[in-house]
Design a protein around this ligand. Structure first.
Ligand code: ADP
Length: 358
């Protein structure tokens, strides 16, 4: 049987188990194969890989159209995020290393009680780095990354959502170790009101069943990560499946300063900002999410451009003036924090009640 991921990840030699390594099993002619594959590449997927996948015994009974959709639209092969790209969130990174990365790398040591969780919930306000964290997690743990938002699962495959969920889990098994990332997971697993669509109810049931399936098989290296900024909307059954629930808060001062420094660094943009200025911007941006800070810096960076008089097409790039503190003062007027204290309060409350590390 073949496994399709050509991962750079190399397992420790003492790792012996039933699941397959994330490399092509047939080493013979690997170089030739790679050359051939590269030639045939379209959308990052080579023909040979797709052919093998569609012919795989394990995917018998699954609609080939859906297999292709999972491969092309959900499998995210461009996840070059690493821990260092993420400002702050030291505690979350440490937890993820301990509970996911190490067990994924050394399944021979992390067995039984030490085994990795099969469901992980990242909850917190929007734009705080949940998606980034999960991408970095997949990257660091050498996992294939499947990423989809629950709302697109539900709207795109109306009436077939349940089959799609099944296809997603089965394809992810073929590529294991895999992470299935479901953004806005609350919309799929919320406490449903009366008069709910039958199809979304079936989809939810299928999803929970699939999660149970991976939990009952210790040899499967599959992790489902759900992200939400409305954790209180998850029902009890869903909450239970996500055995680890990690709060991803708004960035603290240190993280805000790091993020601003990274975004506006002298290497990328000319600026006149001293360390004190950046600290001051950090202080003034309390309550801003990582995404808000990105928009704030973007707005400030556009300040010098807006002042250009004359033909932008013909000016010398070196004549664009540096970014000043006053550009940030103006940007603060335009870019306001997006997270309401009410939503933040609900996340904190959920953390106190159900967070794994509170
Ligand atoms: P979420 O999934 O929590 O809504 P994302 O991970 O999609 O948030 O982050 C959105 C954007 O905000 C990122 O692309 C990045 O530019 C910025 N961002 C948010 N948090 C961080 C962080 N901790 N470090 C670096 N960038 C961040």
């Amino acid at each position: 049987q073949k496994v399709y991921q050509n991962s750079k990840f190399v397992e420790h030699p003492s790792v012996k188990r039933n699941f397959l390594k994330p490399i092509f099993q047939n080493k013979k002619n690997d170089k030739e194969k790679t050359k051939k594959s590269e030639k045939n590449k379209s959308n990052g997927v080579d023909d040979e890989e797709l052919e093998n996948l569609l012919a795989d015994e394990r995917l018998k009974g699954i609609d080939p159209k859906m297999i292709e959709q999972v491969r092309f639209e959900i499998l995210d092969s461009v996840h070059s995020v690493s821990w260092k790209d993420i400002a702050g969130l030291h505690f979350a990174k440490m937890c993820l290393k301990e509970i996911v990365v190490w067990p994924m790398m050394r399944p021979d040591i992390f067995t039984g009680l030490r085994g990795p969780p099969k469901g992980l919930l990242l909850f917190g306000p929007p734009g705080t780095g949940k998606t980034m964290l999960c991408k970095a997690l997949a990257n660091e743990a050498g996992c294939t990354f499947f990423s989809v938002s629950a709302s697109s699962l539900m709207s795109k495959w109306i009436g077939e959502g349940e089959k799609m969920v099944r296809a997603l889990f089965e394809v992810a098994k073929c590529y294991q170790p895999s992470i299935i990332f479901i953004d806005e997971v609350d919309s799929l697993l919320c406490q449903r009101a009366e008069g709910d669509f039958e199809s979304s109810r079936r989809m939810k049931t299928e999803f929970l069943l699939r999660m149970d399936g991976i939990s009952s098989n210790p040899d499967e290296r599959l992790l489902v990560v759900g992200a939400t900024n409305r954790p209180h909307e998850l029902d009890e059954a869903a909450r239970r499946r996500f055995s680890q629930r990690i709060f991803i808060p708004l960035p603290e001062l240190e993280a805000r300063v790091t993020l601003i420094q990274n975004l506006i660094s002298e290497k990328k943009y000319k600026n006149n900002l001293s360390n004190e200025d950046i600290s001051q911007i950090g202080i003034l941006s309390e309550g801003y999410s990582g995404a808000d800070l990105y928009y704030l810096c973007r707005e400030a960076a556009l300040g010098p451009i807006r002042e250009i008089k004359g033909d932008i097409c013909n000016i010398d790039a070196n004549s664009v003036r540096p970014i000043l503190f006053s550009d940030f003062q103006n940007a603060f007027q335009r870019v306001r924090p997006s997270v309401s204290s009410d939503d933040l309060g609900k996340c904190k409350e959920f953390n106190e009640k159900f967070g794994t590390y509170n």
